[in-house]
Each structure stands twice: as C-alpha cells, then as structure tokens.
Write a protein of this length. Structure first.
Length: 179
C-alpha cells in the first residue's frame, strides 16, 4: 500500500468484479442498439478500459474532458470543456462513463451539453457514487458502489494528477491534501 493512503476501500479484484457485473448489464441493455461509449477523462480511463472488455455488443468509444477542480480537492464550480467528443451524436445511444459521481455538477453540465446534440438516448455509468455530496439533479443508471464522503484516489482518480496509477481505490490521508 502507498504510504499516503489511509485505507484501501476497493481492491483490484473488487474493481474488476464491478466492471464485469456492470459490463454484463450494459451488454443486455444495449444489445442491438447504436452504442457510443463516452469516457470522461482523465479519471474514467482505467474503469472504461476494464468495463468495455466486459461489454459484448458492438460499440464505439470516444472521450470528453472537462475540469472543475484544478489542483484543489473541492470543485471550483466553473466547468471547462478541455476536449470535446469527435463523433456526431445523432441517432446514438450514448453511455457516459465516469469514475465518480460526486456533486454531479460536471456530469450534469456534460449531460445537458450532449443532450442538445440529438442523441437517441443518454445513460450514465459510474464506478463510484457519493450521494452524500450531490448538488445537481443527476443520477447514474449503472453504478459500482457507494463510497463515503472521503477523498479517494487510485484506479484513475487523482489528487493533483498523482495516484491515478494505483491498482486499488483508497482514502488519501488528510495531511497530504491539507498542507
């Protein structure tokens, strides 16, 4: 375990189990549909990679990158689109893939923005759900697990661009981000 991690809350095996479980549900729900999976960068990369290996139906993959945190642990509230998706959404059943649904502000912004681009439908899959911090009126159609109101890192989640590469998800020690 990394010395900066207070406690591991999801192991590598548990994370792979979540990807497999959700991938199976998504396969069933999107069979025969025109599926476009949109990963929200950068945090969703690990989850998206594992999840899509367990989706057994035709799909396309694209990415969007938004930011509202900068180098802080709390969202600034100002959402910036850094990288937009490439594909035209007309007629696609879009599945947004997120690492963590926290306040929901960024995801709601992206959802509303993409809804205006004529998709057939938009659904949301998130690895982690933190409903205790929800501010926006948005929920995931597919989620892995609920997590406590703590600052979590690993498996794509970061603090100031560090810790993404941890193969598990852990709670970051408070003294690391409260310096």
């Amino acid at each position: 375990m990394n010395k900066d991690i207070e406690k591991i809350i999801l192991t590598e095996d548990e994370l792979l189990g979540i990807a497999k479980r959700l991938g199976s549900r998504i396969t069933t729900d999107f069979a025969g549909k025109n599926l476009l999976i949109v990963g929200i960068l950068k945090g969703s990369v690990y989850f998206l990679s594992d999840l899509t290996r367990h989706i057994d139906t035709e799909c396309r993959i694209d990415f969007i990158q938004a930011s509202s945190y900068g180098g802080d642990t709390v969202s600034s509230g100002e959402i910036k689109i850094i990288k937009d998706i490439h594909d035209d959404l007309t007629g696609f059943d879009v599945l947004l893939v997120e690492d963590i649904l926290d306040t929901g502000n960024t995801l709601k912004y992206i959802y509303d923005m993409l809804s205006k681009r004529n998709p057939k439908s938009i659904s949301i899959a998130t690895l982690l759900d933190k409903p205790s911090r929800r501010e926006a009126d948005i929920k995931a159609d597919y989620y892995g697990v609920n997590v406590p109101d703590a600052f979590v890192v690993g498996y794509g989640l970061d603090y100031n661009q560090f810790y993404r590469n941890l193969p598990y998800i852990g709670i970051l020690k408070e003294e690391i981000y409260k310096k």
